[in-house]
Design a protein around this ligand. Structure first.
Ligand SMILES: C[S@@+](CC[C@H](N)C(=O)[O-])C[C@H]1O[C@@H](n2cnc3c(N)ncnc32)[C@H](O)[C@@H]1O
Length: 293
């Protein structure tokens, strides 16, 4: 039974759902939803999740507001543990470039402001920070639980999970191979990983021919085509010096090799998708990987 529904007025809860900063658009029932920066509902089916997770223990790594964790609960998982480094007190949850730290300190100060603005709601659940996943778990009467943890320390929990999901985190990691080894260590059956900001998957022969014609054209009119000249060899691009919180753009084939090197028995690239960032209206490319142990 929801503590919030009992202690906080419906009007106040509506204010919170409408005004808080949401990473994900999450259905609240009765046609209501949070207003997330990302609405991943249209791409859920592209992940290849099992329709029923009955009997399975699930771990969602880098969960943010927990859209996927709640999705796994809806698919009848036995347990869903959601982990994130965010402590929702205003500190920066991502290991950013030191040179860009100031920008991120400012960005995450909104968590502290949010905690103060909706103090009645967070404190009703005994929270010291603005953890919206815990608020939703109570409101939705969901089995999802939260633990503050880093992908780099998963094995220290001493548990394994039948199904592990890690969405959109790898671009933010300085040490992707260490993260992969940790995911492998806690997976007992299957792990699904999405790589946001992945480099394009080759479109095959037609695309190569089109590219070649484009290059000949640029050469003919005397334009030095620096990007295309280098593009075909690109398996990993370091962008931490520009973006600070995003480090690598990785080609899906290279990412697959890294996952195999981390101990997964088989790794299949299930496909790719485009995700619209509600702030930029600019689609972000992503790829889905199914890893078996
Ligand atoms: C881009 S969001 C992805 C949210 C969600 N998984 C999805 O696919 O939509 C990345 C999340 O990873 C968290 N994060 C950053 N570094 C982390 C780490 N080392 N371990 C676990 N989570 C981390 C961030 O706080 C953020 O909530």
């Amino acid at each position: 039974m929801s503590i919030l529904k009992e202690k906080i007025s419906d009007e106040r809860l509506s204010e919170f759902f409408d005004q808080a900063y949401w990473f994900h658009t999450i259905d609240l029932g009765n046609g209501r939803a949070t207003k997330g920066v990302y609405d991943v509902r249209p791409i859920v089916d592209l992940h290849g999740f099992e329709d029923s997770l009955a009997g399975k223990s699930v771990l969602d790594v880098g969960t943010s507001d927990g859209f996927y964790a709640f999705e796994f609960a809806k698919r009848n998982a036995d347990s869903v543990l959601a982990v994130d480094t965010n402590v929702y007190d205003g500190s920066v949850p991502t290991d950013v470039s030191p040179a860009k730290m100031g920008k991120y300190v400012k960005k995450y100060s909104r968590e502290k402001e949010e905690y103060e603005k909706f103090h009645d709601i967070f404190s009703a659940l005994g929270l010291n920070g603005s953890n919206k996943l815990i608020v939703l778990a109570d409101y939705l009467d969901s089995i999802v639980t939260f633990q503050q943890n880093s992908i780099y320390e998963l094995a220290e929990m001493g548990s394994t999970f039948d199904f592990v999901f890690c969405g959109g985190l790898f671009g933010h990691l300085k040490h992707p191979l260490l993260g992969m080894e940790q995911l492998r260590a806690v997976t007992s059956e299957k792990c699904i990983i999405t790589l946001n900001g992945s480099l394009p998957i080759s479109q095959g022969l037609c695309a190569k021919v089109r590219q070649k014609i484009g290059r000949i054209f640029l050469k003919t009119i005397g334009v030095y085509d620096y990007f295309s000249e280098n593009e075909h060899d690109l398996v990993l691009q370091y962008i931490g010096n520009q973006a600070g919180g995003t480090f690598f753009e990785i080609h899906p084939s290279a990412f697959r090799e890294m996952l195999l090197a981390s101990g997964f028995r088989s790794v299949e690239i299930k496909g790719d998708y485009e995700l619209v960032d509600g702030r930029l209206d600019e689609p972000q490319r992503g790829a889905v990987f199914h890893c078996l142990v």
